[in-house]
Design a protein around this ligand. Structure first.
Ligand SMILES: N[C@@H](CCC(=O)N[C@@H](CS)C(=O)NCC(=O)O)C(=O)O
Length: 197
């Protein structure tokens, strides 16, 4: 198999989740850090839609972060991140990608949506935070007592939400979620995929 290439942007949460799954799977990948303002022509030739991450492997192009995660886990999933195909995994990722992300963007860039105050967008995002807090009752990870694809697909987005106003997040009533995020941020896997290349 020829070398796998991942077009990535270090701070993009979609690219982070792809890097997490690829590194966990142990598949060797060359990471190409792109500038979103000047995307490389080779990447656009493979994937004209122009979003990162894009994985090019063995003649195949995978241009959605969740599909890249699933591809990586299909190669090797030593700690059962797929939870043996439990549909709850993809359902939670869909809620993140189709619901929470929308509110996250409005909260993060509230000045671009001046029709409502920032607190409104934050409160809408908190509905999902409360759900995650409840899922963490009695277990260390969202859907099991070990990490799953859901934890890894969501954590980069919860991180962004938390970092909009760190003081607010630190004092918000989500102790389990705070702990879960902190453990993720300090995990060797996350630290490794955030190293500057
Ligand atoms: N649905 C895509 C979304 C990827 C996405 O939106 N990535 C952003 C960066 S975080 C991007 O590349 N945006 C294009 C741009 O900013 O030009 C996925 O899951 O991979």
């Amino acid at each position: 198999m020829s070398e796998a290439l991942l077009y990535s942007f270090r701070r993009c949460p979609y690219a982070m989740r792809a890097r997490l799954a690829l590194r966990y799977s142990g598949v060797p990948v060359r990471i190409i850090e792109v500038s979103l303002k000047a995307k490389p022509a080779e990447m656009l030739a493979l994937s004209p839609k122009g979003t990162v991450p894009v994985l090019s492997v063995a003649g195949e192009v995978i241009e959605e972060s969740l599909a890249i995660m699933q591809w990586a886990l299909a190669q090797h999933d030593p700690q059962d991140w797929l939870l043996q195909g439990d549909p709850a995994v993809l359902a939670l990722v869909a809620e993140n990608d189709q619901g929470f992300k929308y509110h996250l963007d409005r909260y993060k860039y509230a000045e671009r949506y001046p029709e409502l105050p920032m607190e409104h967008y934050r409160a809408e995002g908190e509905v999902f935070l409360r759900k995650l807090e409840a899922l963490l009752a009695g277990r260390a990870y969202l859907l099991a007592d070990h990490p799953s694809l859901a934890d890894m697909a969501l954590a980069p987005f919860v991180r962004q939400f938390a970092h909009v106003d760190r003081d607010w997040f630190a004092s918000a009533p989500y102790p389990r979620l705070q702990h879960w995020l902190e453990r993720f941020l300090q995990s060797p896997l996350f630290v490794a995929v955030m190293a500057k290349v």
